[in-house]
Design a protein around this ligand. Structure first.
Ligand SMILES: [Zn+2]
Length: 380
């Protein structure tokens, strides 16, 4: 199922191959997010052409709209959205705890009100696994309790206990043919909780392990710490997935910490604000500086947008609200993330990952928010 091809000599970076019912995924891999059954503004053909290996779908959103009857009637999510390659589905736990109005957390799940129309719904381990079985995803995630990073130690402990109980329940549920199921480690930045949660999940023998409770508003140093505290207790022969992360520079650092899989809404989300990712950090194409800049978004980029359009033209499209502008920025950003992962895999394969990592970090200018968080952590 997962073949560990190589581990880097000078870091924990790993090269691997993950086999799923809809094909093989080369790791480290970036997974584009198609929450509602579509990677925003991009179609399946261009996603495949730019090298997308696997995309995400979401249990919470898809089960509310269009509803499982519609997706089941077409024969599952792959057919409904016409995506022939692997799909990973999130269990909906994160959305229930972040979007919905929770009425009551119960023994076997959560009673909540839909964020759309306020209707009363229930999602727990059984329901989340049943939905993912009907969606027919290649990788299903367990239903977990993902608390905010500001939770008290007592709340964090309760969330871990609930996550473990629910993981065991998920493990017993029927799955789609060949479907892999990943456990999710919670525990915030508490070393004892992270270790306990990871060890108990490993005993349950999942097909892979996710590091959850990251990308929940915590500063970068806390995120990296949570990943390090978890990774140490995960088996080498199973894939590791850091949920909801990150910027290109963070992905390279997380690969160096032994993570194999990533998903993030950033490439398409920031594209809609006119922001492009480059090797030197992110830039706002809407800025006046690009008014008569006839270079591509990024020199040397092989994406469709960079091969055909200038910054000046894209800036114009964004400023007049043309859909093509945000589509082309989504194309560039998504290809940029995929290409960084391609380079990371090549560098691990030929033993040059340490040099690649150092150069990447030297060139990449992080956002002000990340820089401030780093400075605060260094002062402590
Ligand atoms: Zn490009």
């Amino acid at each position: 199922m997962f073949e560990l091809l190589k581990t880097d000599d000078r870091s924990k970076a790993r090269l691997g191959r993950l086999s799923t019912p809809h094909g093989v995924v080369d790791t480290p891999v970036f997974m584009s997010v198609g929450t509602q059954g579509s990677v925003k503004a991009l179609d399946p053909r261009e996603l495949r052409e730019m090298g997308t290996q696997i995309i995400l779908g979401n249990t919470y959103h898809l089960s509310i709209r269009p509803g499982m009857e519609i997706i089941e009637a077409t024969g599952g999510l792959h057919r409904f959205i016409n995506w022939p390659a692997p799909i990973l589905t999130d269990s909906g736990g994160f959305q229930v705890f972040s979007l919905a109005t929770i009425r009551k957390i119960q023994e076997h799940g959560v009673e909540f009100r839909s964020h759309l129309d306020g209707s009363l719904l229930f999602l727990g381990p059984r329901e989340a696994m049943a939905i993912q079985r009907k969606l027919g995803s290649d990788i299903a995630m367990v239903f977990d309790d993902c608390p905010p990073h500001t939770s008290t130690p007592r709340e964090m402990r309760a969330a871990v206990e609930r996550t473990l109980r629910w993981a065991a329940e998920c493990r017993e549920q029927p799955r789609a043919e060949g479907q892999l199921v990943f456990g999710i480690v919670q525990g915030g930045t508490d070393a004892v909780l992270r270790e306990a949660c990871a060890r108990r999940l490993v005993e349950l023998q999942f097909d892979g392990y996710a590091i959850g409770g990251v990308s929940v508003g915590e500063p970068e140093p806390e995120m990296l710490r949570a990943v390090e505290l978890t990774e140490a207790f995960l088996p080498a022969e199973k894939p590791r997935y850091a949920m909801g992360l990150g910027t290109p520079a963070q992905l390279v650092e997380l690969v160096a910490r032994g993570v194999d899989m990533f998903d993030c809404v950033l490439p398409t989300r920031v594209a809609r604000n006119g922001t492009a990712f480059t090797r030197k950090g992110s830039i706002s194409i809407k800025a006046g500086a690009y008014k008569s800049d006839f270079r591509p978004i990024e020199e040397g980029c092989d994406c469709f947008a960079c091969r055909h359009f200038t910054r000046a033209y894209l800036r114009h499209l964004l400023n007049v609200g043309e859909i093509l502008g945000l589509r082309m920025l989504s194309v560039h950003n998504t290809r940029m993330f995929l290409r960084v992962m391609e380079e990371v895999r090549a560098a691990i394969a030929d033993g040059s990952f340490a040099d690649y990592r150092r150069e990447f970090a030297q060139n990449y200018v992080p956002t002000q928010k990340v820089l401030l968080a780093r400075a605060a952590a260094a002062d402590r």
